[in-house]
Write a protein that binds this ligand. Structure first.
Ligand code: GRF
Length: 196
């Protein structure tokens, strides 16, 4: 399958997807990387692997680029922008997002990127983690595909927590994409089942 990845920043999740695709873990190829930030290092990562990398902020143009490249699966990998209902509809159940917390905790419009981890520390929860979910009209509200946990130690700070969660993100995101590319995910109401 053809994968399109949307990013806004460093792109370590993108790198994990590229590596998993090249190693065969993911039965699909990253055909295009689109960023809404012109200096996103993730664009460099794409170029290093001869993948089309485009800076674009207009959503209609983004949809056009994805269609031109016959994209089957869209992955939001650190893409810090809300997806419009029109875009969601174009790729319903074919668009997934990675969020660095255990949804429905610490998610929604206010919890972007690294702010999540400081909120986790401040609240005093004992575990956090990451979530991969299908994208629907809400912010971080679509059907959950996969989650995994990370313990919050007493001497953790936002930085050390972000590092631990990022490793979980890379693992569950590549696994989720691999399952999606092999058509092993089914959705009933809002529950996702893995047919392994
Ligand atoms: C990750 O925690 C991601 O979930 C968040 O931004 C962080 C960096 O992601 N949105 P990446 O390295 O750009 O993939």
């Amino acid at each position: 399958l053809n994968i399109g990845v949307l990013i806004s920043g460093g792109g370590t999740n993108l790198q994990a997807i590229i590596d998993a695709s090249e190693s065969g873990e993911i039965n699909g190829a990253v055909k295009v990387v689109i960023s809404n930030k012109i200096n996103a290092y993730g664009l460099e990562r794409a170029k290093n692997h001869n993948i089309r990398s485009i800076y674009e902020t207009d959503e209609d143009k983004i949809i056009e680029i994805l269609k031109e490249n016959k994209i089957d699966v869209v992955v939001l990998a650190g893409y810090l922008k809300i997806i419009s209902p029109k875009f969601v509809n174009e790729f319903r159940n074919k668009m997934i997002n990675i969020h660095p917390s255990l949804i429905p905790s610490f998610c929604g419009a206010g919890f972007y990127g690294q702010r999540v981890h400081q909120a986790v520390i401040d609240y005093g929860v004992k575990v956090t983690g990451a979530t991969v979910h299908f994208v629907d009209e809400g912010a971080d509200t679509g059907p959950i595909i996969m989650q995994d946990v990370v313990e919050v130690d007493k001497n953790d700070d936002a930085k050390s927590l972000a590092k631990k969660v990022l490793e979980v993100e890379h693992r569950i995101l590549t696994k989720s994409i691999s399952l999606l590319c092999e058509n092993k995910l089914s959705i009933q109401d809002r529950r996702v089942f893995i047919n392994e």
